[in-house]
Design a protein. Sequence first.
Length: 57
Amino acid sequence: MSSKSLIWGGMIVGSTLGGFIPFIWNGGFIAYSIWGAIGGFAGIWVGFKIAKATGAL
């Protein structure tokens, strides 16, 4: 896999999982946005680390 696809995949999965956190708490729209962004950034970071570890970067 290329580094782009690993980073994009991490962002998509991270923001999706981050969006589920407020769902558990019955949070509002702002909470979904904030946690989705946090999850997206975490996913980008994880995707970058995986790409670097596998030599795709």
